[in-house]
Design a binder for this molecule. Structure first.
Ligand code: ADP
Length: 494
């Protein structure tokens, strides 16, 4: 039977999604299912790993049904996933020994402070590219070994396995035959040496994690195993963490190619090819993917609150009914009326790194309307994105020429027009903004010969719209200056 389709499994933080792509990246069917979030204590976030797998399997089966295709027509499966979330399970029974600890969970923050106090910051940064933080998997695994009864002894006897969500899905889909992850996910554990592309013995010792628990690390594009769960034997052939998959889905294959995802938070990644660039300004360094025996690296920066600021306008302030109406409201006024919104609701990330900053609305006069506030909120998303991009430029010492965008809020034309103005560079939105799933599918496609080269993949990537800068340098620098002045008023607030 002719292999005409790719199946992408997009396992996110709040939902599991499956998309069937035809040649050229055309979406044939897409099915999504939310699953439960658990908040057992303040700052803790957990998932049920079995529910993650069950919902993922269900949406994949439904997508195949909805697309009305024969599973034998699927050339390969690509997996992309919420990163860093940690699962430990019993090798013999396949049962998780406790809930999955989600990337957002802060339960190991104090332990991270201890690691910093021990002076491990530079060592960890140079080996893993990461800043010491509770987000990454290492301290979560250690927490499980220290707090689940008998876990450490069982791990030392080789009875337990660890995986990020990709490894868990691969293990379940192959009925326990394959325990593997890809380099992009391994790079988010804080146990993986991104220079040697191997688990780091010294870090394993520091965190007290037996190496027998760890999955084999494989290239992002290559055969991980076969699954029989969809009525045919299908290879799992591409795996990458969500942000790296989006970089691949945006065809950012060359040095200096950058994409920004405007989701709940904002994530910017730049491909730096074979050189890991270690940031002097609070960005992290990660592996983008590896294929054909070579790894590409990426520089990454994130903003905690991006589209979430729009949710706040809707749910917190009641200023809007839907996110979509913000575009027309922003255009009702000729400018922001001097208003700046700094959405530092949970502090500020790169390049400020101030956990004590808090949000503010500045520059209000009697003539200010809700349209100004809405406009200033959208503008804040662009300013924060610009801060990341300018930081990347500083770290890599080269001028970036354009920005590719995706994520829910990238449908807002006002936002992208303003983004182009502030960056003074073309801001490009593709026709397919499901870039995360597309990236995973394309990684798989390369491995099985569905596509023959990166060039072939690039040729099917299409622009929806290019937003061009339209303001002069003076106005641009005045606005950026006012934004930085506004940010300055929010720093060290608590
Ligand atoms: P995630 O994958 O993080 O859940 P999405 O990529 O689905 O997020 O994007 C959803 C976010 O985008 C929400 O925070 C929402 O407020 C914002 N958003 C969606 N549509 C628009 C719009 N037209 N204008 C501005 N923000 C939007």
């Amino acid at each position: 039977m002719i292999k005409k389709y790719l199946l992408a499994l997009d396992q996110g933080t709040t939902s599991s999604r499956a998309i069937i792509f035809a040649r050229g990246g055309k979406i044939v069917a897409s099915v999504q299912r939310e699953f439960k979030q658990y908040y057992p204590h303040k700052g803790w976030v957990e998932h049920d790993a079995d529910e993650i797998f069950d919902t993922q399997l269900l949406v994949a089966k439904e997508a195949i049904k909805k697309a009305e295709i024969d599973p034998n027509e699927i050339a390969a499966i690509g997996i992309t996933n919420q990163r860093e979330t940690s699962i430990v399970w019993d090798k013999a029974t396949g049962k998780p020994i406790c809930p999955a600890i989600v990337w957002q969970c802060r339960r190991t923050a104090e332990y991270c402070d201890e690691l910093k106090a021990e002076g491990l910051t530079d060592k960890i940064r140079m080996k893993t590219g990461l800043v010491i933080d509770a987000y990454f998997s290492a301290t979560k695994i250690r927490w499980i070994l220290d707090n689940v009864s008998g876990a450490r002894e069982r791990a030392e006897r080789g009875e337990l396995l660890f995986g990020t969500v990709d490894a868990w899905l691969i293990w379940k889909l192959t009925d326990g035959r394959v325990h593997a992850t890809d380099v992009s996910n391994a790079a988010r554990t804080m146990l993986f040496n991104i220079n040697t592309l191997q688990w780091d013995e010294e870090l394993l010792k520091i965190f007290g994690i037996p190496s027998s628990m760890l999955p084999t690390v494989l290239p992002s594009s290559g055969i991980f195993g076969q699954t029989d769960m969809f009525g045919a034997s299908v290879p799992i052939a591409g795996v990458a963490g969500d942000q790296q998959a989006a970089l691949f889905g945006q065809c950012c294959f060359s040095h200096g190619d950058v994409k920004n995802t405007y989701g709940t938070g904002g994530f910017m990644l730049m491909n730096t090819k074979d050189k890991p660039i270690f940031s002097e300004n609070g960005l992290v360094t990660t592996v983008a993917w590896s294929l054909d025996g070579k790894a590409d690296y990426a520089l990454e920066g994130s903003t905690f609150v991006c589209g979430a600021a729009i949710q706040w306008l809707r749910d917190g302030l009641g200023l809007i009914k839907t996110a979509a109406e913000t575009e027309a409201m922003a255009l009702e006024v000729p400018d922001n009326g001097g208003v700046y919104v700094v959405p530092a609701f949970v502090g500020l990330g790169a390049p400020y790194w101030d956990a004590y900053a808090r949000g503010a609305i500045l520059g209000i006069t009697r003539g200010i309307t809700k349209n100004h506030i809405v406009r200033a909120t959208l503008e804040s998303m662009a300013y924060q994105t610009a801060d990341l991009l300018f930081t990347m430029q500083k770290d890599c010492g080269a001028k970036i020429s354009s920005l590719k965008v995706d994520g829910g809020a990238s449908s807002n034309n006002f936002l992208l027009d303003f983004q182009a103005d502030i960056l003074d560079m073309p801001t490009i939105r593709p026709t397919c903004i499901e870039t995360t799933a597309l990236g995973a599918a394309n990684l798989a496609a390369l491995a099985v010969g569905f596509y023959s080269s990166l060039d072939e993949i690039s040729s099917s990537w299409a622009k929806d719209r290019v937003f061009l800068p339209s303001i002069d340098a003076d106005r641009r620098s005045r606005r950026i200056e006012m934004w930085h002045k506004a940010v300055g008023r929010t720093l060290n607030w608590l």
